[in-house]
Design a protein around this ligand. Structure first.
Ligand code: GLU
Length: 487
């Protein structure tokens, strides 16, 4: 095995980039960075029907956004190019020819219908369906006959009988499988395209991959792959299978549990640093209480021996907590940029927003920023900023304005606010305080009605700052129109 650690991320570009895929990419990337090794990005697009260029672009874009760069692979090239499987068909062909020549693989002429009938018959007998080897030892004459009928063969790998396939998984320790349950499997489809289990072996070997770190769902593919390595006389890499990601109800994470793709989280205004931090903790346990990790700190601390065997539970509250942490460190202008598409979609602000409007909005964002878990949540906080027509959040809020002292409090506040030479948070606070003194009222009897009259709500952002942001004119307008509603 070569000295240098070489890992790869090998996505199939067949749909949205799942957070599980991002986690596999992250673990590989961390190993490469930690060991001073190389990270390869290979695109496994042999499923011609489901693979799309769009999905490949989406995956690469998401990886770049997360900061998970690759040293070799699609787009960047490298010594083992090409890195897209459909561009490597000639390479696979050479291996197939040698397997066919020495009898380790053979053409199978069975039709879909025949295979299905065999499957059903086995199921009916209560047996595990696996190919029974009908074409294993076909005479040349039979092959010629099938070919003459126009049947296009698949190529099957001749699985050796009675063999224990044992390997030491970096996460699961010793894993063993019996070759007898496997059945001769297809390695090349009738259209000449290799299947995943075959192409992956040739690629991992020719790209000199030392460690194959991937999702647990591939564990059952590994014995097939090991048999192929052996048949081809290739060195077997280390394997590490990372556990499944479960939803809070402990079933496999799926759309039912909410957002599952990196793109969805990105769109909701989650930050790449937060997602990476969260994904690292999905299965890996640091050896301290620390929960916030930068990419650099992860590189320093990560190791496969602290990757857990048991499934990781996707805890959205934890992700929100981590994201809120990173969000607090952004400037209000940055949060505003992240929230803008959501505010536009919600109709609060239109596409032609000016820099001035953004700057004003950023001032308000500074007041709510610490209450946000992710930027899209700004939508739930901004009505008080945009709407001058105040709506009471409930009857209790409305009742605040029915108090006997209200006319006096409001008149005094309007006058004093209008008379302020310079509007700022401290000046507004001073006005409110002076009213409590003059009218001999407790703070709550002054602050609360003013807040409700301006926002319709009993709680919210700092009143002095809020009034300073919306300005005298809008504040006074709000006070008048809200009070007019109280009969
Ligand atoms: N293309 C496979 C997938 O996306 C990769 C599996 C592997 O890493 O070997 O699931």
């Amino acid at each position: 095995m070569s000295e240098q650690v070489r890992v790869r991320f090998a996505p199939s570009p067949t749909g949205p980039f799942h957070i599980g895929g991002a986690r596999s990419a992250l673990f590989n990337w961390l190993i490469a960075r930690k060991q001073g090794g190389k990270m390869v990005l290979r695109v496994e697009d042999t499923d011609l029907e489901r693979s799309t260029k769009e999905s490949e672009e989406n995956i690469k874009e998401a990886l770049r956004w997360l900061g998970l760069t690759w040293d070799e692979g699609v787009d960047v090239g490298g010594p083992y190019a090409p890195y897209r499987q459909t561009e490597r068909l000639d390479i696979y062909k050479q291996y197939t020819e040698s397997l066919l020549a020495n009898g380790q693989a053979y053409p199978c002429y069975c039709t879909e219908d025949e295979l299905e009938a065999e499957r059903q018959a086995l199921l009916a007998e209560g047996k595990m369906p696996c190919y029974q080897g009908r074409c294993r030892n076909l005479a040349e004459a039979d092959k010629a006959k099938f070919a003459a009928e126009g049947r296009k063969p698949t190529i099957r790998f001749r699985v050796p009988e009675n063999q224990q396939i044992v390997f030491k998984d970096l996460v699961r320790d010793t894993v063993s499988f019996d070759s007898n349950g496997i059945g001769d499997f297809v390695i090349v489809k009738s259209d000449g395209i290799p299947v995943y289990n075959y192409a992956v072996v040739i690629d991992d070997s020719s790209m000199k991959i030392t460690h194959v770190i991937r999702a647990e769902e591939h564990l059952s593919n590994t014995p097939r792959q090991i048999l192929l390595y052996q048949a081809l006389g290739l060195e077997v890499p280390y394997f590490g299978h990372i556990s499944l990601i479960l939803g809070q109800d402990r079933t496999k994470m799926s759309k039912r549990h909410g957002a599952t793709s990196v793109e969805q989280y990105r769109k909701l205004g989650y930050l790449p640093e937060a997602l990476v931090n969260f994904l690292a903790l999905l299965g890996w346990a640091p050896n301290s209480e620390q929960e916030i990790f930068s990419l650099e700190e992860l590189v320093e601390n990560f190791s496969m021996d602290r990757v857990a065997k048991n499934p990781a539970v996707f805890d959205i509250d934890k992700l929100n907590w981590i994201n809120a942490h990173y969000l607090k460190r952004l400037t209000p202008q940055q949060v505003t940029e992240l929230a803008l598409p959501h505010l536009q979609a919600a109709g609060y602000i239109d596409e032609s927003v000016t820099e001035d409007e953004k700057e004003k909005l950023a001032q308000f964002m500074a007041l709510i920023q610490e209450h946000l878990s992710y930027a899209a949540q700004a939508v739930d906080h901004v009505d008080v900023y945009f709407h001058d027509q105040v709506e009471f959040e409930n009857e209790e809020a409305e009742a605040v304005l029915r108090d006997a002292d209200i006319p006096q409090v409001m008149n005094s506040f309007k006058q004093k606010l209008a008379g302020l030479e310079e509007l700022n948070a401290a000046a507004v606070q001073a006005v409110l305080k002076s009213i409590t003194k003059e009218l001999k009222l407790g703070g709550k009897k002054v602050y609360m009605p003013v807040r409700v009259a301006i926002t319709g709500k009993m709680h919210g952002p700092d009143l002095g700052q809020f009034i300073t942001i919306i300005g005298k004119e809008r504040t006074l307008k709000r006070l008048d129109s809200t009070l007019a509603k109280i009969v």
